[in-house]
Design a protein around this ligand. Structure first.
Ligand code: BGC
Length: 766
């Protein structure tokens, strides 16, 4: 009987396969018959599946296979997982990598289970797979959508060659809180920029054809409001109003859905008292019904079981019931579905139709990836060797790394550095670190593979370069891994004297300070966001002997560096830049690349200002009428202003803006025109930013909202007229009930090189 079913299935499959070739399974195909074909094949399989097998598709396990051979690790849990795999009760695995490894597991699914349904292999390909690129927050500072797309494309090609079909990226969570360690993984604070970048990443990962061996399925995460964790503490509760949800949190998710992202991940957090994983409003009402999402939703790691400590589910069975009914299609590592769902269906607590729907969604994506046509499409070891670590990936990693470095400050044009006859002192443990620049979330990346700043600067031979560590950032002996808490050096200053001596003898001091790569990322929230450990002390000690300092920051979140801004002449935000880190930094410091990065997140003056973001709403008391009187919205001990505003970033040249004009076009469209001039002496790139303010509306609207940007490259003294468009899409907003509305009225329009742009005009929407 078993064989018979299997044969019927194979017949059914092969007759379907023969009706279309592989590249007809792409998601965005114009040929709707291909999609119909996939639907037909999904339905045919579903009819053959038992309830348990359908639920099996909804079950995702973390890798449990021994790297050395086909023997599961000998603990009970692994043995049970192995049993489940052989019975066709596993639909997906994560954290399995390498063509050989993936093939071994896929073989079990395809050859040993009753129906031979292939697994889908997921992995956190967050900023590169093996060739680690800049962290996503850094990438976002390039505002270069093509370069961002290319980075995702390369990551997909490399990961796919290593057996991966699906990445848990992009994270499109908006966050206004630099204390939250996961800001490094997103595109910053702005929904407009976040949406554009999210779409670029999805397009890069998924390509034109999902079934191509170079593309992988993307996953928009974490749905929703994970980035609004109270007090920036990871996994914490989010409590926000409908307007913020619709106008700030949802837009990037909605945009990537429209761009065809094939999966979503829900989130760990409670949103307005309901855990996102058990939230029917988010998953069924908004995502699947309103937005018409037809891919599948995976839970976050164990987030189904986490509804128990949330106090929402009584036990694991109840958690499975709540999650399945709410629309979580796949269970990542809670084992709740595989163990409990069949009984819940039998007891009438979960409708089998919902199971069918979830299984179909998962099978659909597997078809689109071409896994049914060739389950081993991603498992060619020779191809893996050729592709992983390709030179071209490194070249592209360098290209984007240069483009996103942000010049925060450059007094007296201390930068770029002169190329000859200079004595340069290089100070800071992070300057000689080949691991930290890889940043967080790089699980397939290898320690020690980044070009350090020291190595980068050593390539410029015309100067004398002397290096001194000054102080460790991480205490020696600390376990530096993705999972361990780092021990920061808070006391050891024994290297200061060497650094001071080196600085005394130098013309210019380059100090590389900031966070270790593992100080941001998941589970890495901080209450202090200044320079960690003794680095501030080191900076001040060096400053006493040589004020000619270029401070290069390497970090994964905005830092509060007010003292440095007050005292240090040049400050460069160099983030965590990945394998090409030192090369990119050296090229920028020496002016071989003229910096063009712009901040995707506001830098506070002080951690107490957080949450601080440019698109805030005015209070009723925005200004003090009399400086002695306290009754206006302010702090007694700190300015309301940030240290560096959203969109800020300097260049070795300067840009000026004039002639801002608005032309009203039919159908509520407006053409915005502005003349941008390179008013300096070297060629440079500028991100021209367009902001609006809806002056009066049925809901209070932000003082400014980014609604367009364009990158322009100009030779010195050259001017270009830039055109940007505003339509109802940019001028409208969501009501308290989640309805998109466009209200007539007057808008302020600002254009410039950052969110404080002063050149302005108005437009009237009739
Ligand atoms: C993270 C997700 C990630 C998953 C799988 C979770 O802890 O929140 O973003 O994709 O683990 O590694």
């Amino acid at each position: 009987m078993k064989k018979l079913i299997f044969i019927c299935f194979i017949l059914c499959l092969s007759c379907k396969v023969s009706t279309g070739n592989k590249d007809t399974f792409q998601k965005n195909s114009n040929n709707s018959s291909n999609n119909l074909n996939i639907e037909h094949r999904v339905d045919s399989i579903l009819k053959l599946m038992t309830l348990e097998e359908k639920i099996g598709q909804m079950n995702q396990y973390n890798g449990f296979w021994d790297a050395t051979g086909p023997v599961p690790k000998s603990n009970e849990k692994a043995a049970l997982k192995y049993e489940h795999l052989k019975k066709g009760l596993v639909g997906s695995m994560l954290n399995v990598k390498g063509a050989k490894q993936v093939r071994a597991l896929q073989k079990i699914a395809v050859e040993e289970t009753r129906l031979g349904i292939p697994l889908i292999f997921g992995f956190d390909v967050i900023h590169g797979y093996k060739t680690i690129g800049p962290i996503p927050l850094a990438e976002s500072a390039s505002w270069d959508l093509e370069a961002i797309k290319k980075a995702a494309q390369n990551a997909a090609e490399e990961a796919a060659a290593s057996g991966i079909n699906w990445t848990f990226a992009p994270m499109v969570d908006i966050s206004r809180d630099a204390r939250w360690g996961r800001v490094m993984e997103g595109a910053g604070e702005d929904p407009y920029l976040g949406a554009k970048i999210g779409v670029a990443r999805v397009q890069g990962f998924q390509g034109e054809d999902l079934a191509s061996p170079k593309s992988i399925a993307a996953c928009a995460k974490h749905f929703a409001a994970y980035g609004f964790a109270e007090s920036g503490r990871d996994y914490n509760t989010a409590d926000i109003g409908t307007s913020t949800l619709y106008n700030v949190v949802f837009p990037p998710f909605k945009a990537v859905n429209e761009a065809g992202v094939r999966t979503f991940m829900n989130s760990f957090n409670i949103l307005n008292d309901l855990p996102a994983t058990g939230n029917e409003f988010l998953q069924r009402e908004v995502l699947k019904n309103e937005w018409g999402f037809d891919g599948f939703i995976v839970s976050d790691w164990g987030s189904i079981a986490e509804m128990i400590p949330h106090g929402y589910a009584e036990d694991i069975k109840h958690a499975a019931e709540l999650a399945a009914n709410a629309g979580s299609d796949m269970d990542m590592e809670s084992s709740a579905y595989v163990l409990e769902l069949a009984n819940l269906v039998k007891e009438g607590k979960v409708d089998e139709k919902l199971i069918d729907d979830a299984a179909k969604r998962i099978l659909r994506v597997k078809f689109e990836l071409g896994l049914f046509d060739n389950p081993y499409l991603y498992c060619n070891e020779e191809h893996e060797k050729d592709v992983v670590g390709k030179r071209a990936f490194h070249d592209d990693a360098l290209d984007i790394a240069k483009k996103l470095i942000v010049l925060l400050k450059n007094e007296n044009n201390i930068l770029p550095l002169k190329k000859e006859n200079q004595k340069i002192a290089l100070i800071g443990a992070l300057a000689n670190d080949k691991t930290s620049p890889l940043g967080s979330w790089r699980i397939a990346g290898d320690d020690g593979t980044a070009v350090s700043v020291l190595e980068g600067l050593q390539q410029y031979k015309g100067n004398t370069l002397t290096y001194a560590k000054g102080a460790d950032v991480v205490s020696p002996g600390s376990n530096i891994t993705f999972v361990n808490e780092l021990k920061i050096n808070e006391t050891d200053t024994t290297g200061f004297s060497e650094a001071i001596n080196v600085a005394k003898a130098a013309d210019v001091v380059v100090m590389v300070l900031g966070e270790h790569g593992y100080q941001t990322g998941e589970g890495r929230s901080r209450t202090k966001i200044d320079l960690p450990g003794v680095q501030q002390e080191l900076l001040e000690a060096v400053y006493k002997v040589n004020k000619n300092i270029v401070l290069v920051l390497t970090n994964g979140r905005p830092l509060a560096i007010t003292w440095a801004d007050d005292n240090i002449p040049a400050i460069v935000e160099a983030w965590h830049l990945g394998v090409q880190s030192g090369n990119a930094i050296a090229q920028v410091l020496y002016g071989d690349y003229n910096p063009s990065g712009k901040l995707p997140m506001t830098f506070p003056r002080n951690v107490g200002q957080i949450p601080i973001y440019y698109n805030y709403k005015n209070t009723g008391r925005p200004h003090g009428k009399n400086s002695d009187v306290v009754f206006w919205s302010h702090y007694s001990d700190e300015s309301n202003k940030p240290l560096y505003p959203f969109g800020h970033g300097l260049s070795y040249t300067t840009f000026s803006y004039k002639n801002l004009k608005v032309e009203a076009l039919p159908n509520s469209k407006f053409k915005i025109m502005v003349d941008v001039t390179n008013s300096g002496t070297v060629i440079g790139k500028e991100v021209v930013q367009l902001y609006i303010q809806d002056k009066f509306a049925s809901l209070a609207r932000p003082v400014r909202e980014l609604k367009g940007f364009v990158m322009v490259e100009l030779e010195p003294k050259k001017t270009k007229t830039i055109e940007l468009m505003l339509t109802e899409k940019e001028l409208g907003f969501y009501s308290q009930h989640g309805v998109f509305i466009v209200e007539p009225g007057e808008f302020n329009v600002y254009v410039g090189g950052n969110s404080n742009a002063t050149l302005s005009t108005t437009l009237i929407l009739e």
